[in-house]
Design a protein around this ligand. Structure first.
Ligand code: MOS
Length: 725
């Protein structure tokens, strides 16, 4: 049986604390009041009724706030790149924008008082409708044009179509929350839901003009993120401002409803793809245009066309992108950001082309994959086994059962179809560090500031430390998610394991060498050994080559009067990035049934095979992939943040109104890995998996729907009305 997660028991028993669950002495509670209009100016705010509520400690608005240095004036606001200058402006950019923060002795007092805050606005014109024509901001291209569009514009096989995707909201299980405490006038302590404690430290250091080391950020357990925890949102600053004003710790948790406009979302998008191929199916060129929504106060670009430049050999290619400012909050990265959006368009177009050419869509892709080198940079891939992912996935879904034309597998009202798509992601890596603490009993604790957002980072670190040192996993503890621990990047962009694994390898080697130093004082065969010569067990150190070399930890501790040993290690990208390009990739397959009377889509089976380099922990990696597949099902069939274009409001902003897959909607998801370590990316060969699990899922489903009923659907989510329409 595969082993569980290091944090598993703490999470399922409730022992592990999320950021809103810490008890802090003298705590009070903050509740945000949101604007009731989508655009305009605050004319006045009436706090009188709210202040009457017993238990109210204070109420912050833009009129009485203590200025945050990083938001002091226009220039500072720009420089801090915080986004929304919360409580530092009377301008309203979206409905729900925080206009006041009620601070009270209890959450109930604060909620009630917040309901009594009244504001008057001078309203302005607004636009929340991504579909309507509006001014847009063209973006600098993500890469250069290849060849010439005129070379293929008139090719015999052309697919030209538009694709649209509604905005989606992350909705991790744990809501965003911050508990802020000023320890002294320039020392801050935060329990914050985040994907990167060091990033939060940096942001608040800038905002308040205090040293980073004066800010402690704790995010020991995180109940999911999907990208929503990659930046600091207005509520976190609101909590910090409140704690400063009332000189007491303040806890502020967003409500589920506030999460819709308070912690980012995947923006609505529009794309147009024109894809050409010769008679044999070799791609001749592609033009890819994309737009995504953003807010009125920040320019957010997803990078929708990036993936188009990555996967296939297009000699002629042109991509263009623009963003559309709307009266909504700023969107952000969400699982497979940009790439999973762009991939829906190109993988749908390629599928459409396959029917036009009467070729198997899998064969068509194999013919055109850029397996040798990154077509954008020209650098050879360090490793790229996308072809093997395709072969393995085809076997697992039983691809040969697929019919080459729609409406062939019919059982009453149910039509069965098979679909597939591929996805790819630039495999990154950043500097990371880790420490290992060892005590006499042979227990080691591996530490890093990196958070584990549910991906299995801690479990992976335990596996690596055990593999390198030889110490059994049961003797290895993990501590993470605290800015006092060795610094590490945010967990995002599938960079977590790729970055931190190198640091854990280095720290593990350092531990072996440190113990060997002590061992050498007793036994001269330990002189001048390398880390690779040494192994540790639950109780002793020994040399792989010498049977007589065992020295127990207790002996080392006693002879040297030790209490504990602490070592550290760090690791980061280097010269290899000049020689190679790095990617993770995946092939996605879907078998589903469509009911032509009700429009219901029932997914029977999803298969996802990934090349993520070395798989550090099978169970955690498979969880990553199957979780992403569920997210992809939501993207394809259910998830949409709906707006009321007349009121400029979000509607259905709760988990009853926002549909995503529950267990009954999630079919059998089979995950496969190629599992070949990448020899160049980092010391472990792990390339990262988070994103490729979802990049390609939605087009695989849309393509399967076409294979079932012969209807090409290019607007996500594909709800029953679109099937029937
Ligand atoms: Mo993610 S969008 O890599 O947290």
């Amino acid at each position: 049986m595969p082993e569980g997660r290091v944090e598993g028991i703490a999470k399922v028993t409730g022992k592990g604390k999320y950021s809103a669950e810490y008890d802090v002495k003298d705590l009070c509670y903050g509740v945000l009041v949101g604007s009731t209009v989508p655009s305009g100016k605050i004319e006045s705010i009436n706090l009188e009724n709210a202040k009457q509520v017993l238990g109210v400690v204070d109420i912050i608005t833009h009129l009485n706030k203590e200025t945050v240095p990083g938001l002091a004036d226009e220039a500072k606001i720009k420089e801090s790149r915080f986004g929304l200058p919360v409580f530092h402006t009377d301008k309203i950019f979206f409905k729900g924008q925080p206009i006041a923060l009620v601070i009270a002795e209890t959450l109930e007092d604060a909620v009630y008082a917040a309901s009594l805050v009244e504001a008057k606005y001078k309203t302005d014109q607004f636009n929340v409708d991504f579909k309507k024509s509006h001014p847009e901001i063209p973006l600098k291209e993500e890469g250069k044009e290849r060849g010439d569009l005129n070379n293929w514009n008139n090719a015999s096989n052309i697919i030209e179509a538009e694709y649209t995707i509604k905005a989606e909201v992350h909705h991790p299980m744990e809501m965003h929350a911050t508990t802020a405490e000023w320890i002294s006038p320039d020392k801050l302590k935060l329990y914050d839901k985040t994907q990167g404690v060091n990033g939060v430290q940096k942001t608040f250091a800038k905002l308040f003009g205090i040293p980073e080391k004066n800010i402690e950020v704790i995010s020991e357990f995180v109940g999911g993120g999907f990208g929503s925890g990659l930046r600091v949102w207005p509520h976190a600053l609101a909590a910090v401002m409140a704690a400063k004003k009332v000189k007491r710790p303040v806890k502020l948790m967003l409500t589920r409803s506030q999460m819709f406009a308070g912690s980012g979302y995947r923006p609505a998008s529009w794309q147009k793809v024109k894809l050409g191929a010769d008679a044999n199916g070799k791609f001749t060129g592609i033009s890819h245009q994309a737009k995504n929504g953003t807010s009125k106060y920040e320019n957010f670009s997803e990078g929708i066309t990036r993936v188009t430049r990555l996967i296939y050999k297009f000699d002629n290619l042109k991509t263009e992108a623009a963003i559309v400012p709307l009266n909504l909050s700023t969107p952000t990265w969400m699982r497979g950001p940009g790439d999973c959006t762009g991939d829906f368009a190109i993988e749908s177009a390629i599928d459409e082309l396959s029917y036009k050419l009467n070729q198997d869509p899998l064969e068509l892709r194999l013919k055109n994959l850029a397996l040798e080198k990154n077509p954008e940079t020209g650098l050879p891939w360090s490793t790229n086994f996308l072809d093997e992912c395709l072969a393995k996935g085809a076997e697992m879904i039983n691809w040969k059962e697929r019919k080459s034309s729609p409406k062939q597998l019919v059982d009453g009202d149910w039509y069965t179809g098979y679909g597939m798509a591929v996805g790819m992601w630039n495999a990154g890596r950043a500097n990371a560090s880790a420490a290992i603490k060892m005590t006499k009993d042979g227990i080691i604790t591996v530490q890093t500031a990196m958070t584990d957002i549910g991906t299995g980072t801690g479990t992976g670190m335990q596996n690596i430390a055990s593999e390198i040192t030889g110490i059994p996993k049961s003797n290895i503890k993990i501590e993470l998610g605290n800015s006092n621990l060795p610094p590490a990047p945010s967990q995002g962009g599938s960079n977590g394991m790729s970055s931190v694994s190198g640091a854990v390898v280095e720290a593990s080697k350092a531990l072996k060498l440190k113990l060997a130093e002590y061992a050498a004082l007793q036994n001269s065969t330990y002189k001048n050994v390398t880390a690779d010569d040494i192994l540790l067990s639950d109780k002793d150190i020994y040399l792989k080559s010498a049977n007589s070399s065992f020295i127990s930890f207790s002996e080392i501790w006693e002879n040297n009067n030790l209490t504990e040993i602490i070592v550290d290690g760090s690791s980061g990208p280097g010269e290899e990035r000049k020689k190679f390009s790095f990617c993770s990739s995946a092939a996605h397959f879907c078998k589903l049934k469509v009911n032509i009377k009700t429009g219901k889509v029932k997914i029977e089976k999803m298969v996802c095979v990934a090349d993520g380099g070395k798989i550090v922990n099978d169970k955690a990696a498979a969880n990553q992939m199957s979780g992403a597949a569920v997210g992809g099902i939501g993207m394809a069939l259910m998830e949409e943040q709906t707006v009321d274009t007349k009121l400029g409001a979000l509607i259905g902003d709760d988990l009853a109104g926002y549909h995503f897959p529950v267990n009954a909607d999630a079919p059998i998801i089979q995950v496969g890995f190629i599992g070949k370590p990448d020899p160049n990316i980092n010391p472990t060969g792990a390339k990262g998996l988070g994103e490729v699990g979802i990049i390609g899922t939605a087009p695989a489903i849309a393509n399967a729907i076409f294979n079932a009923i012969g209807k090409r659907l290019r607007d996500l989510p594909i709800t029953p009305d679109k099937i029937l329409g």
